[in-house]
Design a protein around this ligand. Sequence first.
Ligand code: TMP
Ligand code: ASP
Length: 244
Amino acid sequence: MKLDHGLLLYEGKAKRVFSTNNTEEVLVEFKDDATAFNAQKRAQIEGKGRLNCLITGKIFKILSKRGLPTHFLNTESDTWMLVQKVNIIPLEIVVRNIASGSLCRETPLRPGKELSAPLIDLYYKDDKLGDPLITDQRIEILGLASSEIIYEIKELALKTNSILREFFLKAGILLVDFKLEMGFNLKGKLLIADEFSPDNCRLWDLNVDDSTQKIMDKDRFRLDLGGVLDSYEEIYRRIKDIAF
Ligand code: TMP
Ligand code: ASP
């Protein structure tokens, strides 16, 4: 379904952002494009945009209900979402509960190791630099955020984690890690923005023992495991009716 929208403001790897006739709101369209490894690997997965839009809508509604500030306003159709316009802080805010992915490539931690407390890793969003891990001091030196804002970002990320860990458990799913983006709306309020979908988190099926079979997220695409759309559909099926 095509929505009545204004100009294309931005096109990313998985979404397009359009203006609306309200300067404080934009429309986001979820695409079927899948990329990994800084877009070196690409594919079209028909139906992925729909599932990511529906899953993101469900998750943002839960976070809002629990009092967290998000940019989400409404799911307009299966692939379109209305959100508050934000200036995105160029940081990828990753929260990890279980060791996986780059944490295991860059440290001696073994995949699947439960961390004693959630770990927050911040990355500088810059494709040319390959999104490097960044320190708080470097963030301040680059003028990306003050120490107070960095603190606020981390607090919001940890609250998101505790809410969503419990939520996914109810669906028989382990929230291994996830990536958030945040930004300021036109009134200067810090909001959780972008999306929360299987494209930017790791979700393991608690009903399955096998270490590859249990993967329900974009690692199925990254690692060529197949069944990407089926597992996204299964995530949505399990979470859509959970009242939380
Ligand atoms: P990592 O283990 O590769 O650093 O990924 C940590 C989490 O962040 C994982 O849930 C996937 C997500 N992620 C993104 O959303 N975008 C990215 O570009 C990368 C590298 C990871
Ligand atoms: N989203 C990133 C890319 O497309 C990386 C990833 O998710 O693995 O390059």
